[in-house]
Design a protein around this ligand. Structure first.
Ligand code: NAD
Ligand code: GLY
Length: 374
């Protein structure tokens, strides 16, 4: 089991991150080992609870835990004050205590929402993240960012609340729709580009083996192969990048900004296209391509990197072109609303070589416009 476990060690906390096939079966002993013996408030969504709830509830009840399950509607709109209030009413109505624990079983939506409920109820109770999407495994479940959306913007209300444990059972990915899986691969590829050239090479090898010839006309999709141990190994390697970054920079004072590679333009594209039109990972893939083009035009990276990254994104079923009809000037205006803007300057994360990025706040607007046109 030890080799499946990574550890986040920051200035304020330390917790295990486990990535393994069948990991959910080990949950009761892991909670016990952490001294978490109170009631279990299992938060999930209406898609995930019927699919994977039993794998959590059954072993916990067998081990003597009292489990209270609750599902919010699946989808981004649940990251709302309305659903947060419903969770507070459910937990306070059920006499939640500080010794209890919240389990977040689902994708990033459930993780962020349940994490924020746990951060705020009774001034904070423990949370354990049980991610079931690839995106949540490699990104959202690790690092303690929790929150909800506000009518004025995404993720604007929230708190840092580190989980006591992250348990990613990779068998849950077998039920994930292919488009959601591909969206998660964008963040895996991102981790290779920003920090781990070896991971990037492994992804190239995996793509070569698993490209689906039947789908080549639309851009081939890498489908999940249950039982191929390389998948969980690659996911663990991508998680290791996040674990390292948040251990060194828990509160995003510096290095953590690099995790936003592709997100400056990605968030703008997501917002302008209309939330739900593109999945987050799809918008990030386009954003990564644009960032790489900007870097090449500034002489920060060579054109070979741009082409290689584009080929890899395509191999994993991801887009690199803007959806039709998006206005470049409106996109550029939206990048100025990025949470990383400082003194009205956009801080771009730009690749230098595979595995290395720099942060630049001196990107001429004309180069951004040119990258959007190309
Ligand atoms: P999601 O949670 O909406 O999940 C995507 C869809 O897949 C949902 O319909 C869900 O019901 C379904 N699903 C989840 N697991 C499934 C499974 N195993 N089988 C079948 N269906 C399944 O979306 P997501 O992409 O996981 O997360 C996106 C959210 O994560 C956004 O709100 C984003 O802001 C947030 N996020 C947070 C962080 C962070 O650091 N906290 C980082 C990245 C993203
Ligand atoms: N997803 C970016 C971060 O956790 O900082």
């Amino acid at each position: 089991m030890q080799t499946d476990t990574l550890t986040v060690t920051s200035s304020t906390s330390s917790y295990p991150v486990v990535v393994a096939d069948g990991a959910l079966a080990t949950l009761p002993q892991r909670l016990g080992a952490l001294g978490l013996q109170g009631r279990v408030w299992l938060l999930s969504d209406t898609t995930v609870l019927p699919l994977h709830g039993a794998a959590v509830v059954a072993p916990l009840r067998t081990a003597g835990y009292t489990v209270e399950p609750f599902a919010v509607p699946a989808g981004e709109t649940s990251k709302s004050q309305t659903q947060l209030d419903a969770i507070y009413a459910w937990m306070l109505g059920g006499a939640v205590e500080r010794r209890d624990v919240v389990l977040a079983l689902g994708g990033g939506v459930v993780g962020d929402l349940a994490g924020f409920a746990a951060a705020s109820i009774l001034r904070g109770i423990p949370v354990v993240q049980l991610p079931t999407t690839l995106l949540a495994m490699v990104d959202a479940a690790v690092g303690g960012k929790t929150g909800i959306n506000h009518p004025l913007g995404k993720n604007l209300i929230g708190a840092f609340h580190q989980p006591r444990l992250v348990l990613a059972d990779t068998t849950t990915l077998t039920t994930l729709p292919p488009r959601e899986l591909c969206a998660g691969w964008a963040e895996v590829i991102k981790h290779g580009v920003i920090k781990d050239a070896g991971l990037y090479t492994e992804l190239q090898n995996l793509a070569a083996d698993y490209c689906h010839p039947a789908q080549a006309a639309q851009g081939s999709v890498v489908t999940w192969a249950a039982g191929d141990p390389r998948f969980s190994a690659i996911i663990r390697r991508a998680v290791a990048v996040k674990v390292g970054v948040v251990s060194r920079d828990e509160r995003e004072q510096g290095e953590r900004i690099t995790l936003n590679y592709g997100h400056t333009m990605g968030h703008a594209i997501e917002a302008l296209a209309g939330y739900g039109t593109l999945l987050h990972g799809e918008a990030v893939a386009i954003g990564m391509h644009i960032a790489a083009r900007i870097a090449a035009s500034m002489g920060i990276c060579d054109l070979g990197l741009v082409k290689s990254q584009r080929a890899l994104l395509h191999a994993f079923g991801l887009p690199t072109s803007l959806p039709a009809g998006l206005d470049a000037q409106a996109l550029i205006a939206l990048t100025l609303r990025d949470k990383k803007v400082q003194a009205h300057k956009v801080r771009w994360v730009l690749p230098t070589t595979i595995g290395n990025v720099v942060i630049r706040d001196d990107v001429p607007e004309e180069l951004v416009r040119a990258a959007l046109r190309s």
